[in-house]
Design a protein around this ligand. Structure first.
Ligand code: GKR
Ligand code: MG
Length: 448
């Protein structure tokens, strides 16, 4: 009889919430909380595997509905398990296929694939069974021991302007970054202070400013100030497609010696898709172009690659899966292009997963995005990975290499259950700043 790997005995899906700052983006202002779904899978060898994915009832229901396809299966057949989930899932009637090329965040749940949290948990179990780190099971195996990450800078609004909303207060913290991250930061000087504080705490030398908030010229002023403060630093900006093609060219041409890359400068316009518009942008401006908006699946990537619209694909494992992300990293490396990862707000289980994919990506990935600095301290792990000297450390233990803290998970689940809505809605908090504010993919959120 063929020998088998351990059998899955149990799969739990636990929705959780954590606290956030009033971070500003094209979509509006982050609410006081963000939500995620945690998957915990146990096997009959006594191991526990974990994964984390975006929050909300849509993703939670998708995960819960496939539990029967996972329990009872041998972990070594994880590819067949994922295949059975793909075959069983069908496109939602609400999913118009646009993806997030206009950063309509109500569509994010269609770009995120719930089953990648299951893939993570199964690879965690398989790694523990084989005594190998998860990165050894991906692509060509481990490429590095630590993964470069960037300091993700955000404009932050004054939470006192939304007094009904219970934003977390850390003004009494002994940690300078924890105190700073909850207060208003809207000027170029404050963005530089933010970067300096992050450099002190985590050692970042690379920074990305989330744009789409103020007028493009004002945001470029902040980018110039950052470059002055960190002359050897790699500085990027991501306005999430807020600028028209003409505006993007005018803003970015003078920045060719300042920016390292520009992320999603433009979106769809005048009947052209953002893949076409970004190709035209690339003809006009000598800057590498990154995206997490116009290539979020293989079909979109086919068109983006055919049009040469991008140089850097920020292929996030929550969109592409672990196997898919590394497949993308290999392909980009073979073609002389660059892989990196996008992020949304997340807990430390996702941080540990970023360490594993970052360690397995071949070539020279660009420093990975992570929102975790805005959540640092709200750990769901007993041994959260650390960012030291700008690098995310990789656990040397097998699998994902970390241990879940169930007390913290259940606390985060209680917070989730206390919320009236589980979906991200950046218009809600934004309306405290600008009454009747409505999302417009072509207008920075504070420009109305
Ligand atoms: O978390 O507000 C945010 C980001 O703006 C997010 O929505 C984007 O998906 O960070 C992301 C990006 O790089 O486009
Ligand atoms: Mg982006």
């Amino acid at each position: 009889m063929m020998s088998t790997t351990p059998i899955v005995t149990e799969m739990q899906v636990i929705p959780v919430a954590g606290y956030d700052s009033m971070l500003m983006t094209l979509s509006g202002a982050h609410a006081p909380w963000f939500t995620r779904n945690i998957v915990i899978i146990k096997d009959n060898a006594g191991h526990t595997g974990i994964g984390e994915i975006h929050g909300g009832d849509y993703t939670c229901d998708a995960l819960t509905s496939v539990i029967p396809l996972v329990v009872g299966q041998p972990i070594g057949k994880y590819r067949a398990i994922l295949d059975s989930i793909h075959r069983a899932s069908r496109k939602s009637d609400e999913d118009d296929g646009e993806g997030i090329q206009t950063l309509d965040i109500s569509k994010l749940k269609f770009v995120v694939k719930a089953e990648w949290a299951i893939e993570c948990a199964l690879l965690d179990l398989l790694g523990q069974y084989l005594g190998l780190q998860m990165c050894e099971l991906l692509g060509n195996g481990k490429q590095r021991d630590k993964v470069e990450t960037l300091g993700y800078l955000f404009y932050v609004s004054d939470k006192e302007k939304a007094q009904d909303l219970p934003y977390i207060d850390e003004s009494q913290s002994s940690d300078p970054w924890f105190r700073m991250r909850r207060r208003e930061m809207l000027t170029p000087e404050q963005i530089v202070e933010q970067a300096q504080c992050l450099h002190e705490k985590y050692g970042f030398r690379n920074f990305k400013l989330k744009g789409g908030v103020l007028r493009g010229e004002e945001e470029m002023e902040a980018v110039r100030a950052l470059k002055k403060a960190f002359p050897n630093g790699r500085i990027n900006i991501d306005p999430n497609g807020a600028w028209s093609l003409q505006e993007a060219i005018e803003l970015c041409k003078p920045m060719e010696d300042v920016l390292t890359y520009i992320e999603d400068p433009t979106g769809p316009e005048a009947g052209y898709s953002s893949r076409e518009v970004m190709a035209e942008f690339k003809n006009a401006v000598k800057l590498p172009v990154a995206t997490n908006m116009i290539a979020t699946d293989w079909r979109q990537f086919y068109h983006a690659a055919a049009l040469k619209s991008v140089d850097i694909v920020l292929a996030d494992p929550h969109f592409w899966g672990f196997d898919g992300t590394i497949r993308m990293a290999q392909l980009l490396n073979d073609w002389g292009l660059t892989w990196g990862s996008h992020s949304n707000n997340h807990f430390d289980i996702t941080l540990a997963a970023f360490a594993q994919v970052g360690a397995a990506a071949p070539g020279h990935p660009t420093a990975l995005d992570t929102h975790w600095i805005w959540q640092d301290g709200q750990n769901l792990l007993k041994d959260a990975p650390q960012i030291v000297d700008g690098y995310l450390e990789l656990s040397d233990k097998p699998g994902l290499g970390v241990t879940i803290d169930m007390d913290r998970v259940m606390e985060a689940n209680r917070l989730y259950n206390s919320l009236s809505s589980h979906d991200r809605d950046d218009a809600m908090a934004m309306q405290y700043l600008i009454p009747n504010w409505k999302y417009d993919s072509k207008k920075p959120c504070l420009v109305r």
